[in-house]
Ligand binder design. Structure first.
Ligand code: NAI
Length: 255
């Protein structure tokens, strides 16, 4: 399946690392003009792209949890390119904390980044996306559908994002809206579980619970994002795509 996004404009949040970076690179390789945004401008600037694609690669600091920043970003994009074909709400963070340890600040932060931000970005981008018969792809998590422990707030936000995506698809049918539920993907977000050798041991243990026998690669989520954004998915809207190497096909007691 060859994807061709020539002439299309794509906005990715949280594009300086992990899945967002892989998504941005995939779209760039498929011919799109990519607006790669992140809260960390230094990390964005450190990304290198093939010289022949540099004219289609734009970076912008954007706090995907901040309403004013989101509106200013979409306004800028509208003035700069006059169109938007795909919005990927990817920015995220993970925390390991029991419900007893949850603070108001931790709840507010996770809600803002993982749920409020995608809602506001979708709302801001809808007029441009509708003009382009465009698509929204939200990045949730299998945490939305399994109980792993230590992630109650994260899981609730991701479950909310799944539900929001369905409503988006129904209320604004001109824009196809879909949500991906990644499993365990090898990105810097896993530092929430530990560092160095301890983290490697955790990853090795995780892999033993994954039917495919390994963690996923960011590029494997990017493949799914491009598919859902492409004409190959023209009749797919309001759908949830699990990309987890078989984890959620496994009985919970074996996890
Ligand atoms: P990552 O840590 O590699 O990348 C996350 C990016 O989001 C970073 O560049 C970070 O600076 C950015 N970010 C954080 N807060 C932001 C904000 N307020 N505004 C703009 N950018 C912000 O993590 P990864 O794994 O690539 O995560 C991407 C998405 O995938 C997240 O939504 C995460 O919840 C989701 N996910 C990841 C899984 C994994 O195992 N890696 C599994 C399931 C879902």
């Amino acid at each position: 399946m060859a994807f061709d996004f020539s002439g299309k404009v794509v906005l990715v949040t949280g594009a300086a690392s992990g899945i967002g970076l892989a998504v941005a690179r995939h779209f760039l390789a498929a011919g799109a003009t990519v607006v790669a945004t992140d809260i960390d401008p230094d990390a964005l600037l450190s990304v290198t792209v093939p010289p022949e694609t540099a004219s289609r690669w734009r970076t912008r600091r954007l706090d995907a949890a901040d309403a004013a920043d989101i509106e200013a970003g979409v306004d800028w994009l509208s003035r700069e390119f006059g169109r938007l074909d795909v919005l990927v709400n990817n920015a995220g963070l993970a925390r390991l904390e029991s419900i007893s340890d949850l603070t108001e600040a931790a709840i507010d932060l996770q809600f803002a980044v993982l749920l409020k931000g995608p809602m506001l970005a979708s709302k801001a981008a809808l007029p441009l996306l509708a003009e382009a018969d465009g698509a929204i792809v939200n990045i949730a998590s299998i945490a939305a559908i399994i109980q792993a422990g230590g992630h109650a707030c994260y899981s609730a936000c991701k479950a909310g994002l799944v539900k929001f995506t369905r409503d988006l698809a129904k209320e604004h049918a001109r824009v196809r809206s879909n949500v991906i539920l990644p499993g365990f993907i090898d990105t810097p977000i896993l530092k929430a579980y530990g560092e160095g050798a301890a983290l490697e041991a955790i990853k090795a243990d995780l892999a033993t619970h994954i039917p495919r026998g390994r963690l996923g690669r960011p590029e494997e989520i990017a493949d799914a994002v491009l598919f859902l954004s492409s004409p190959f998915a023209a009749y797919i809207s309001g759908a949830e795509l699990v990309v987890d190497g078989g984890v959620t096909a496994t009985p919970l007691e074996t996890m």
